[in-house]
Design a protein around this ligand. Structure first.
Ligand code: ADP
Length: 487
């Protein structure tokens, strides 16, 4: 990784720069281990990044899609060659298990390959006109400079979801990764340079999101902004660009339900729901956090869910056999601990796990036991707010109608799952679930690159991430009326 004076972690116009102020990160599984020192970018450096991106855009868009694809494919190869180093870095940054970070690196490489191929599919469409001397064409043109703001929970995959299509379709980028994931971001940016990406096409800005926010959103060269993270920040970014013609895509929180009907395969449902709620230490926006179960199978299902959760190995994220590592940061640990304290205050029943958490400093790591709760009131904050930790609440319901009603009573609308062997219930739920994603007999988490991803309601404003839909965000149509005399 690039080291140097003042944490030279800003990539601006192809050169690595430091800053007067720096910040450091620690390994969440071992808080005494410092993992990096990064530059806190100034407003002037943010501006320079946008200037560089603007200057580079015309030439980058002017390359053939094959030439741009060659860089992305070379990047994917380098990611695969250096997979162990990258995975280790992701684990050091945010504590995800090495098993999961290896998979994340492999998947991210495949996302870059997908968009390298996707951009070569078509450059527009041809339509008939009302007169025979005219052809109507649409050209898909890059938007310009795209601002990319990413979270720490998928330090490589979420950047790939955004940088892949942004670059493949001919845009240039100013990227601000989450503070905790800065190490992973610097490594990825280094690989882009090694892959031959021209200077200025990707500019990396490390630093505190709040401090950088206004210079980022008010930059005159910002043409589109894509964000994944918390609701409060997503809403503030929408407000910040509301009066300018900046395209904005926000992917925010979730409070994803799983419905278990009496006719489901309960063993399978329990394993899927345990995975959906606990893997990645519950820090996936698509994680399962509410489970609605028909009364007749409630006890049987809960026993199976507890068994599946208890089978996970929690601990050192660097060991191959570990399933669940620590939470990503001390702040995250405090947040989840506060929700567990609320559960205690409200008298929730603990089916497995614990409402007591060790101080991360003395425990030397941000660990929380995977916890299954029941007897929680439907209006409790435990059932309405995103916890973003290994905590799931199970609720008993009279029948399918009640499971459906409760699953849809959330301000969020990202992902939902139903477990049933009845096709009529499965298809009814598929149509009536107020979410952007529906899983039938599958956990709520899990993303495939070739289909659109995104939520409705307060989970986000688009389903134009991934798949063919990504093009709608990363390109603009130019409509051409082409008239020529007939010969
Ligand atoms: P989380 O709670 O998952 O950390 P955040 O929404 O706080 O989610 O962070 C997601 C990304 O948004 C990070 O890159 C973070 O630095 C950035 N960020 C945080 N606050 C702001 C802000 N006010 N303006 C712009 N970006 C921000």
């Amino acid at each position: 990784m690039v080291t140097g004076r003042n944490g030279a972690t800003l990539l601006i116009d192809g050169r690595w720069e430091g800053a007067e102020t720096t910040f450091t990160t620690v390994d969440p599984s071992s808080l005494h281990k410092q993992t990096g020192e990064y530059a806190e970018a100034t407003a002037a450096q943010v501006r320079s990044a946008f200037v560089a991106a603007t200057r580079a855009q015309h030439a980058w868009a002017g390359l053939s899609t094959t030439s741009r694809a060659a860089v992305l494919n070379r990047l994917a190869e380098l990611m695969e060659d250096r997979a162990s180093e990258l995975a280790g870095r992701l684990t050091a940054d945010m504590g995800k298990t090495i098993k999961d970070t290896r998979a994340e690196v492999a998947r991210s490489a495949s996302v870059f390959r997908y968009f390298a191929a996707e951009a070569a599919q078509s450059a527009g469409e041809v339509f008939p006109a009302s007169t025979t001397d005219t052809m109507l064409l649409t050209l898909d043109e890059p938007v310009g400079v795209v601002g990319v703001i990413t979270p720490w929970n998928f330090p490589m995959a979420i950047p790939a979801f955004k940088l892949g299509p942004a670059l493949a379709f001919g845009n240039t980028v100013v990227w601000k990764p989450a503070e905790a994931a800065s190490g992973s971001a610097v490594l990825l940016a280094e690989l882009f340079v090694e892959a031959g990406l021209p200077a200025g096409v990707l500019n990396l800005i490390t630093g505190d999101g709040k401090r950088i926010s206004s210079s980022f959103t008010s930059d005159p060269d910002l043409a589109a902004l894509t964000f994944t993270g918390s609701n409060s920040v997503g809403v503030s970014l929408r407000q910040a660009v509301a009066e300018r013609s900046v395209k904005i895509q926000v992917e925010m929180g979730g409070k994803n339900p799983a419905v278990v009907l009496a006719d489901a395969d309960l063993d399978d449902a329990a394993v899927q729901i345990a995975r959906g709620s606990m893997l990645s230490t519950g820090q996936r926006c698509t994680a399962t956090s509410r489970v609605y179960v028909e009364t007749t199978v409630f006890d049987e299902f809960c026993a199976r869910l507890v068994r599946a959760v208890d089978a996970f190995r929690v601990g050192d994220p660097y060991l191959n056999e570990t399933d669940i590592g620590p939470l990503a940061t001390v702040d995250q640990h405090r947040r989840v601990a506060d929700y567990l304290a609320l559960a205690k205050q409200e008298g929730a029943t603990v089916l497995t796990g614990s409402l007591e958490v060790a101080d991360p400093a003395t425990a030397d790591g941000c660990f929380v036991a995977p916890t299954v709760l029941t007897n929680v009131a439907t209006d409790s904050r435990l059932l309405t707010e995103e916890i973003f930790g290994p905590v799931v609440v199970v609720t008993e319901c009279a029948d399918y109608a009640e499971t459906l009603r409760l699953s849809n009573t959330s301000k969020y609308g990202l992902s939902a799952a139903i477990f049933t062997s009845r096709i009529d219930r499965a298809t009814d739920f598929m149509r009536r679930s107020a979410t952007g994603l529906v899983h039938i007999n599958r956990e709520t988490a899990g993303i495939e690159v070739n289909v659109p991803f995104g939520g409705v309601k307060e989970s986000g404003n688009s389903s134009s991430e991934l798949g063919k839909a990504a093009k709608t965000f990363y390109t603009n149509h130019k409509t051409v009326y082409l008239r020529s005399k007939q010969v």
